[in-house]
Design a protein around this ligand. Sequence first.
Ligand code: SF4
Ligand code: SF4
Ligand code: FES
Length: 329
Amino acid sequence: MSKKRKVTIKAFRFNAETDYLPYYKNYEMEVSKDELVLDLLNRIKWEHDGSFSYRRSCRHGICGACAIKVNGKSVLACKENAMELLDLFNNELVFEPQSKKRAMKDMIIDKKDFWDKHAEVTPYVVADVDPHPEHETKQSIAEFDSILDADLCIQCGACHYACPALEVNPDYLGPAALNAAFRFTVDTRDNAGTERLELTSQPGVGVWDCVKCFECAEACPKEINPIEKITKLHNMQFEQGVARSNVATRHAEGFVRSIRKHGFLDEADIVVYSEGYLGMYKHLKTAVKMMKAGKIHWQDGVPFIDNMPKIKNLDEVQKLIDISMTNKL
Ligand code: SF4
Ligand code: SF4
Ligand code: FES
């Protein structure tokens, strides 16, 4: 049986200097079982069209340059086996840049927004360092472990360009920058943690704008799980007294309050708690839809009426909440 497979690769083509619109071009080739996506990118350039452009450098999954999308899935081209993707996508591969709207030339995008956000979180250890130290600054194994796996980020941008919150809110720092904020804030040699926590707690910019979709965790080729680091930043903001009372923090508190009271999430109460009675009117249309679907009752949200049932063993849930609670606002 032949170990090669004849395939057609559809590649996104665009030159921002000469093209008004992007287009797709097909390239036919025989792919063998050991070839990586990067090999196929090379073959498009070397065997079909020398003007085809993409970034690559290390070929070992450590420089982050070769990140693209294949059939909408974020991949590091030098890490992904082409045959496995052909199996996954029924023999059809579509190569696209990480972000089509930022395309400069074929797979190459303008990553300015990514680097600007990275720079915003002060992505380095801030410390008063003796210019002539007599010994190195040591860390214990446990201290070093606390920065792993966040430290493994190769700044490929896969999580950043997979994040739907960033698509709708360009001010949001995004998963890669927040991962970097976490990595340096937990570093025991660093002195700028409070500033980073202040920045990442700002509504519209920081952790509260994450919609917890887990796309970043799915996209990350280094299995860093940025959403986990975002959750830890949330906790650190409460623990270190940096979190301020706003819609987002009251929503988090209201969630706990509701579960503590009923063992269930009281959808109407959480809106009233976080946005107040006036704010509640903004959501009337949604409330009517939820009422029709039986998710809330007409009495929900009406002052002094508490018609939510309580679960059995509520005291056990309350104990769990007490154990897991961080500081209050
Ligand atoms: S979990 Fe949060 S940071 Fe990650 S992709 Fe979704 S919205 Fe973005
Ligand atoms: S967290 Fe993962 S996906 Fe995001 S930039 Fe770093 S290595 Fe890439
Ligand atoms: S070429 Fe460096 S990560 Fe792929």
